[in-house]
Design a protein around this ligand. Structure first.
Ligand code: PNS
Length: 168
């Protein structure tokens, strides 16, 4: 194989709008299994996004600045193409509850169809994060709820600054 996958590198793809403590938990768990984790932010034109892809990357870098084996990057187009370019051997996805399973199963099999050598590795977060999602975190925050403990302190700071900038 001219460009074999690097068995020690895994990609953790997602929207990360914003990064939650559930994501952090999955990243730390996978960083114990793989030598290097690339947290890959999907660049899309989601009009409802709170943060731009570059802001998301910046906050991921801030949260993981003490972890040299965790990298933040962005990608667009097909995930398998990105993984191939990075020579990753695995895609990491977090599964919180049975309700996540159907979508994740479909995606994993489609990705396997597109790139048979790329494995999807499902990880379970700590129980206290099983109800957590970026969408609900944003909703709670926008309605004045407390998000500390749901997102890293640095991300909470980003959210507060974004709110200030939006409301004025
Ligand atoms: O955090 P999310 O929104 O659940 O992540 C979804 C993501 C980014 C993993 C998925 O939408 C994706 O891989 N998009 C890239 C386009 C692609 O490869 N589509 C085919 C996947 S089967």
């Amino acid at each position: 194989m001219p460009n074999p996958p690097n068995g020690r590198l895994a990609v953790f793809p997602g929207s990360f709008d914003p990064l939650t403590n559930g994501h952090v938990d999955i990243i730390l768990r996978s960083a114990r299994l793989f030598e290097r984790i690339v947290v890959a932010v999907l660049v899309n034109q989601d009009k409802k996004a709170l943060f731009s892809p570059s802001e998301r990357i910046e906050m991921i870098r801030e949260v993981f600045h003490e972890y040299p084996n965790v990298e933040a990057d962005s990608f667009d187009g097909l995930l398998v193409e990105y993984a191939r370019r990075r020579r990753a051997s695995a895609i990491i996805r977090g599964i919180r509850a049975v309700s996540d399973y159907e979508y994740e199963f479909q995606m994993a099999l489609m990705n396997r169809h597109l790139e048979p050598m790329l494995e999807t590795v499902f990880m379970m977060p700590a129980e206290q994060y099983t109800y957590l999602s970026s969408r609900l975190t944003k909703e709670v925050f926008s309605l004045g709820g407390n998000v500390s403990g749901l997102v890293p302190a640095a991300v909470e700071g980003w959210m507060k600054r974004k709110q200030k900038a939006t409301i004025g």
